[in-house]
Design a protein around this ligand. Structure first.
Ligand SMILES: [Zn+2]
Length: 319
């Protein structure tokens, strides 16, 4: 081969190599905005808000089945996801206490979108009513008993506000999708508010409006529906009451004539069921949609909340 031809082939080979390195898929991957959501509820909202937006990828950080990440600790896999993400969508209000300094270390350029941003009428995360009896629950230092109640997502009314906050944050992080994020948030927000209206209407019809919950997850929903949470099984999420506390709960449930005790799919239900049995009230499972299936449909939240309405009506009775 003459030297000029050899040079030509060498040049072609280099060009081929460069083309391979910059093939369209690799180029597109570089352009993709990687959105990571901490928990199942904000992940589902972000998926609805990001529907039809080009150039984004939405992933969930902690397992879908996990539920409320009270007492959660970051895993190496979480750290890898954080390092690779461009945007982190968080519930906020202290639900992600496991974040903090490690996040900045893993990814200093990460843009954080707080779903609770700008939301008014935040409730205090109070311990259960039976706390007034002075039993020994966790100290204030655990950060759960006196801070804001982070469970906005279990109220469709508040979830609609979270959707709007997430849309604003995503539009700021990814201006190319701004119009679509806003339109999606408006449509999804309208659906959630219709659901909230239906739940409030049901609340008005319920025969007994006094309920017992497993942990402080339904406080916003109760406010929306005009229900009163008269006792809470777990002062500290995930931690079952001691025997003396169980007796105090039974007494409180009887004294306040609660209509039903609601357990949650994310926690074992035996203790709640035993307390309800002892107090002589019905126990049923109400799902705050804190967790869900891996491949949940986009309207999963609405489906579950509609099922919750049936359960509320069956257990509390309606007029
Ligand atoms: Zn919780």
């Amino acid at each position: 081969m003459p030297p000029t031809n050899r040079k030509f082939f060498l040049l072609m080979a280099v060009c081929c190599l460069l083309l391979t390195l910059h093939r369209p898929s690799a180029w597109a991957a570089e352009q993709t905005v990687r959105i990571l959501a901490t928990t199942f509820p904000v992940y589902q909202i972000a998926r609805n808000i990001g529907q039809g937006v080009e150039g984004i990828d939405i992933d969930l950080m902690i397992p879908a089945a996990m539920g409320c990440p009270h007492d959660y600790a970051l895993t190496p896999q979480d750290m890898r996801k954080l390092a690779a993400a461009d945007v982190l969508v968080v519930n906020g209000l202290g639900l992600e206490e496991f974040l903090g300094a490690p996040v900045q270390k893993a990814n200093p350029r990460l843009k954080i979108v707080d779903s609770s941003q700008g939301i008014a009428r935040i409730l205090a995360y109070a311990a259960g009513e039976h706390d007034e009896d002075g039993h020994g629950h966790k100290s204030a230092g655990d950060g759960h008993d006196h801070g804001p109640n982070p469970h906005l997502f279990a109220s469709p009314r508040m979830a609609a506000l979270q959707a709007a906050a997430i849309a604003r944050g995503l539009a700021e992080a990814h201006p190319a999708g701004a119009a679509r994020y806003a339109a999606n948030a408006q449509a999804y927000g309208q659906r959630l508010n219709r659901l909230a209206d239906d739940m409030a209407a049901l609340g008005g019809r319920l025969a007994n409006k006094r309920i017992v919950t497993q942990h402080g997850v339904f406080d916003y929903l109760a406010r929306d529906m005009g229900l009163e949470v008269v006792a809470v099984v777990q002062d500290h999420a995930g931690q079952n009451p001691a025997a003396a506390e169980m007796l105090a709960l039974v007494a409180a449930i009887r004294a306040k004539r609660a209509g039903a005790l609601f357990t949650e799919p994310q926690y074992p239900e035996a203790v709640g069921a035993a307390i309800a049995r002892e107090a002589g009230i019905v126990a049923a499972r109400l799902d705050p949609v804190a967790n869900g299936p891996e491949q949940a449909p986009l309207d999963y939240y609405e489906q579950v909340m509609r099922r919750n309405m049936t359960i509320l009506e069956q257990t509390l009775g309606s007029r």
